[in-house]
Design a protein around this ligand. Structure first.
Ligand SMILES: NC(=O)c1ccc[n+]([C@@H]2O[C@H](COP(=O)([O-])OP(=O)(O)OC[C@H]3O[C@@H](n4cnc5c(N)ncnc54)[C@H](O)[C@@H]3O)[C@@H](O)[C@H]2O)c1
Length: 369
């Protein structure tokens, strides 16, 4: 017997990103029972197309409907309040990245999901890219030995027109950060997903090219609990550098690029090699190894909706739950905090201290139209 389609509500249905969610909803044959957007004009056409009622306040929607799942695609500062209301109403939640704008919000969302025994899924679709799954499998098998160094660099070129198109973008009140809160969450998430959560961060955030309040460029130095170190660089003001993540371990090197993962094994573990070799300048032989990818299904919103449906029906975890989704946000916040304080910071980030900094930056920034 086929199972009943999941019943969804969509909050922020006028969002540009809704097109991707529509593909996900269709892929799992979901039924959209209600939609919400505070901008009635933006929401109406979409609600008509989905043949469902439109609300301009998510609380009114929750008073009339109890969907199985609510998909939240509003700007990030409203993610926490909306997700908590939906979890408290007994719904599972799929929230767009980033989970929120500061770690205290993520803590509250995780607590609400735990309280309600509902899933809180964060939309980190890149985790489902075949090459990312392949890389994670290699790491889980211990192929790299002990991780010593990681380096992630990426450009997400954005135009002035992009920042003008939505008044919340690039503002402290509307977004709570720049490239770190909007584009780089995917990259920070992959770093945490593959290497783990760093324990120490130093960073420079800068506004190099765009007329925005928040950073368009960041460079950071990272340290992990095991002693590995790393570099992270992201910018919307540079061009020509798609995301590359290089992970160096005592037994090899892994390079993750869009659509590809490459593994080069060292003929002997460098920890043994440096002790055993009698040569003054020497290095273990490099042996390229093929990496088997699990399949070629793209890591997109369709994959996220399939993963979410599987988790709801089976009781298994989702690919990125609230705790997983919090890591990249906390790391982004730590970079902003380290840069504004002019010193390195230890993780977990002090929630009150970060809330204080964000309140200061918001007070100096412009109100969101
Ligand atoms: N996973 C991804 O790859 C990906 C890609 C793009 C955007 N996003 C995320 O999706 C979210 C939306 O981004 P966008 O660029 O599509 O935004 P957008 O500005 O195009 O749309 C946001 C929509 O939310 C509505 N809205 C605002 N506050 C609301 C509220 N309180 N209740 C109901 N509706 C409300 C707005 O009227 C608007 O229609 C952001 O958090 C962004 O980071 C994720």
């Amino acid at each position: 017997m086929s199972e009943e389609p999941l019943r969804f509500a969509v909050i922020g249905v006028g969002a540009i990103i809704f097109g991707e969610h529509r593909r996900g909803l269709e892929a799992i044959n979901a039924r959209v029972v209600a939609a919400c957007d505070i901008d009635e004009g933006r929401g109406r056409a979409r609600a008509d197309e989905l043949a469902c009622p439109l609300y301009t306040d998510h609380r009114a929607l929750l008073a009339d409907h109890t969907p199985d799942v609510v998909a939240v695609m509003t700007p990030h500062p409203s993610h926490a309040a909306i997700a908590i209301d939906c979890l408290d109403a007994g719904c599972h939640v799929l929230v767009e990245k980033p989970i929120g704008v500061q770690p205290g919000e993520a803590d509250a969302m995780i607590a609400a999901a735990d309280r309600a025994h509902r899933l809180l899924a964060v939309n980190f679709q890149q985790r489902l890219r075949p090459e990312v799954r392949g890389a994670r499998q290699l790491l889980a098998q211990g192929c790299l030995g002990q991780i010593q160094y990681a380096h992630l660099a990426v450009t997400w070129t954005r135009t002035a027109a992009y920042y003008r198109a939505s008044s919340w973008r690039g503002t402290w009140r509307g977004e709570g950060g720049g490239v770190l809160l909007n584009q780089a969450p995917h990259d920070l998430d992959l770093l945490c997903h593959l290497v783990g959560m760093p324990s120490r961060v130093a960073a420079w955030t800068r506004t190099r090219l765009h007329q925005i309040e928040t950073e368009d460029t960041v460079s950071a130095l990272l340290e992990w609990p095991g002693g590995a170190s790393g570099l992270f660089h992201a910018s919307t003001a540079e061009a020509g550098h798609p995301a590359t993540l290089e992970i160096i371990g005592t037994q090899g090197r892994l390079l993750l690029e869009p659509g590809a993962v490459t593994f080069t094994r060292l003929a002997s573990d460098v920890r043994d090699f440096v002790v055993q070799s009698q040569a003054l300048f020497d290095s273990p032989e490099l042996i390229p190894e093929p990496v088997a990818l699990p399949d070629d299904a793209p890591g997109d919103h369709v994959a996220i909706y399939r993963d979410l449906e599987r988790a709801i029906r089976s009781g298994a975890p989702v690919i990125a739950d609230g705790r997983e989704g919090r890591m990249s946000l906390e790391l982004a916040n730590a970079m902003i905090y380290a840069s504004h304080q002019g010193r390195e910071v230890a993780l977990p980030l002090d929630r009150d201290a970060y809330a204080g900094l964000l309140a200061e930056l918001r007070a100096k920034g412009k109100p969101v139209a």
